[in-house]
Design a protein around this ligand. Sequence first.
Ligand SMILES: Cc1ncc(C[n+]2csc(CCOP(=O)(O)OP(=O)(O)O)c2C)c(N)n1
Length: 337
Amino acid sequence: MPANDGIDVDDHLGESGLDGDNAQRIYRYMLLARAISEKSWLLTRQGRVLFSMPCDGQEAADVASAYALDTGKDFIVPYARSLGAMLVKGMTAQEVMLNMFGKAADPNSGGRQMPMHWGHKKLGIISMGSSVGTTIPRASGVALASKLKGQGAVTMVYFGEGSASEGDFHEGLAFAGVHRLPVVFFCNNNGWATSVPVSLQSAEPQVSRRAEGYGFPGLTVDGLDPLTVYQAVKTAVDRARSGDGPTLVEATTIRMMPHSSSDNHLRYRSQDELDAEKESDPLPRFQNLLVSAGLLDGESDQVLRDAVDQEVESAIEYADAAPPPDPETALTGVYAP
Ligand SMILES: Cc1ncc(C[n+]2csc(CCOP(=O)(O)OP(=O)(O)O)c2C)c(N)n1
């Protein structure tokens, strides 16, 4: 059946390797990520939460890429905009909100790190750091450790194209290539590193081409289409798991919101440009595809949206009322005992 943009929906679904149930689950995760991102933004405006980094525009890339992992076994090394991947990996809306409010029960850091600085030991989510790019060689290290232990696990590291300008990116990829490590480097290229456009980062804007220099494949995919992302990342994950080494996957996405709650993107982007970009929002696009495939209709979509909304509202209520960290524990984890 043809969708709005002329593609045959049934063929596209079939080629992705996803059945209808899984496509619907991906859509729900995308809705949940968007709802959390939007509500977190509002909480910062209300002064109830300190900081947020919206993922609006990136849900298809994050959710579908993580969906290609064996979530019970594989590792994720995230960055701040990887909310969708966190949800797929098993973090609940309640845990995300405990993190946003900096509460003691936050599994990410017990309220010690900034909001959206993920890390969840039980779920195999390796703590990120604020210094962008430093996660990339660490992911190679995690992949090496899991290979030495014979765990059969794949490590996926998320970062933006701006982080790919850091020396850490090159060191992490070089090491992974030499040792054929089971790692997938997932670059979310939204065209901006805070206020710096990709054209000022590199004379070669296609980040995936850099993989060739390290002896493994790199590819660029439409990061606004979850089916395409899933298919590409599944191939990369299978390749890593079978011992053939790393892949660099670049997903082209959009950044619909400012860099963070501390940024005003109208200082460096025009309203016209932002309005035009909104037309590519991955959520309505996937919603249309599911409707065309007979997997969603107006009524079921509304039921889903109401349930997601309710889930986020109760998570906010729960986290807001949860106890803060005990001041006595302020130095826990800062100094070795
Ligand atoms: C080493 C380092 N330099 C600068 C910063 C400040 N900073 C935080 S996020 C960011 C932009 C990152 O851009 P990109 O990697 O493209 O990811 P995006 O935020 O666009 O998703 C910058 C410069 C930082 N955290 N760490």
